[in-house]
Design a protein around this ligand. Structure first.
Ligand code: HEC
Ligand code: HEC
Length: 371
């Protein structure tokens, strides 16, 4: 008799565990965040245009450069507001083309502006916020890895390094995103993007397992505080001003290879190196001698101290989009002795060429950098 009762109770327990797990989850709605004043909204829209369209697109559609994600999918704004939007926007995803825009880390936006842009993106998306738990998701990591390799690795990379899709194993992404946010993306997909919903392709348990597998890639990484450097002054713009020109052979008339640039730097040739990324990432690490010349600069003011007769080399991490954008604008202002670093700065680093790092900045995951 005792045995039968035990059997019944085991069966019941199994039912209780299996039934809700297989069912589609039900989420509670959460109140929307504050509305923006017309001034705040106009400023946020202008900031979006100035800083974000290069990669995320004019209409927030994403995938314009470097597979930057959509910033209008409902699923992202249902689950990610504020922190999964605010944090990458403020601090960046280290080792990817997504840099930090908050002034505290050397970016161009104030704290209020980063919040307003987060909420502006939310209101533009038309999404309704849902409640997500802060709790970790329990799952079978080794089973999750099998699911991951079968269903996810083709886009997100074997080790989560990102290929055509975000680097899920990226340490700053893992630090910024809670388990439920990751799980929600897998279950619901990202509407309007190549990320499909897995709710009816994987069991709820396997969605948990793969979430647990992704989480298992997190080390106890935290963002290190680093002191900001003083920006170079105009008299420091030209490297080796007394020496000869590098005389590059440019592929397609505009690209210089990392190999040739390194050789020219070693030979102490005269050059100007423009780092066209958001300035916060120049603060973290840059090619020695480069000056911050972000893609969103007001060029008319910026070029005053930039000589026209010196070889200019521009680079970014996307791997070329921002640099090409700047070089094109410089051409309109009469600068023709220009080149773009073909492999970008991540390519440069992956080839083993040196960069100058901020004090306290640890070496970034080169795997993610390959992305
Ligand atoms: C140089 C290209 C580039 C620019 C400019 C850029 N981003 Fe990104 N952004 C990316 C990439 C690439 C990723 C994904 C990185 C990864 O995780 O692999 C990303 C990720 C994000 C994410 C995380 C999205 C998600 O699905 O988790 C947010 C939010 C974001 N960017 C907001 C912004 C905002 C706002 C701006 C303008 C202030 C901006 N980005 C400018 C390239 C860029
Ligand atoms: C066909 C390619 C493809 C496959 C296969 C794929 N994804 Fe994605 N995934 C993407 C793209 C592209 C994005 C970014 C979408 C966007 O623009 O917002 C994404 C976004 C995500 C995000 C959100 C990341 C963030 O920071 O917001 C998660 C989590 C994710 N995928 C997990 C998975 C998992 C787990 C699997 C396998 C079960 C998987 N994906 C399969 C292409 C893919």
């Amino acid at each position: 008799m005792k045995k039968i009762i035990k059997l019944i109770s085991v069966t019941l327990t199994l039912c209780v565990f299996i039934t809700p797990a297989m069912a589609e989850r039900v989420y509670t709605k959460q109140d929307p965040p504050r509305e923006l004043t017309p001034d705040q909204a106009a400023n946020a829209a202008a900031n979006y245009q100035k800083y974000c369209t290069l990669c995320h697109g004019d209409d927030r559609q994403g995938h314009v450069n470097d597979h930057a994600p959509s910033l209008r999918s409902k699923s992202l704004f249902e689950s990610g507001v504020p922190h999964s939007i605010l944090r990458p926007l403020s601090y960046g995803r280290q080792g990817t083309a997504m840099g930090g825009y908050l002034d505290e880390v050397g970016g161009p936006m104030t704290l209020d502006e980063t919040w307003d842009l987060t909420y502006w993106l939310f209101w533009q998306s038309g999404a309704e916020r849902i409640e997500l738990s802060e709790n970790p998701i329990e799952g079978d990591i080794s089973r999750g890895e099998v699911v991951y390799q079968q269903n996810c690795a083709s886009c997100h990379g074997k080790d989560g390094e990102g290929i055509t899709a975000p680097a899920l194993g990226n340490q700053s992404a893992l630090a910024h995103n809670k388990d439920e946010f990751i799980r929600y993306a897998i279950e619901q997909g990202r509407d309007g993007t190549p990320m499909q919903a897995f709710a009816d392709k994987l069991s709820a348990a396997d969605i948990d397992n793969v979430t647990a597998f992704i989480r298992s890639k997190a080390s106890d990484w935290t963002m290190e505080k680093m002191a900001l450097r003083a920006l170079p002054t105009p008299d420091e713009y030209v490297i080796n001003p007394q020496n000869a020109d590098p005389d590059f052979t440019l592929a397609e008339g505009k690209f210089v290879s990392s190999e040739d640039l390194y050789a020219a730097l070693q030979a102490k040739k005269k050059m100007v190196l423009l780092d066209t990324r958001v300035t916060s990432v120049w603060q973290r690490a840059h090619i020695e001698g480069s000056i911050p010349f972000p893609y969103y600069s007001e060029l008319e003011d910026k070029v005053v101290d930039l000589p026209k007769d010196v070889q200019i080399v521009a680079y970014c991490s996307c791997p070329r989009a921002a640099a090409e954008y700047v070089i094109k604008q410089l051409a309109d202002l009469g600068y023709n002795k220009t080149a773009v670093l073909y492999e970008g700065v991540f390519g440069w680093m992956n080839m083993g060429y040196p960069v100058t790092r901020a004090e306290g900045a640890i070496e970034e995951d080169a795997a993610a950098a390959a992305h």
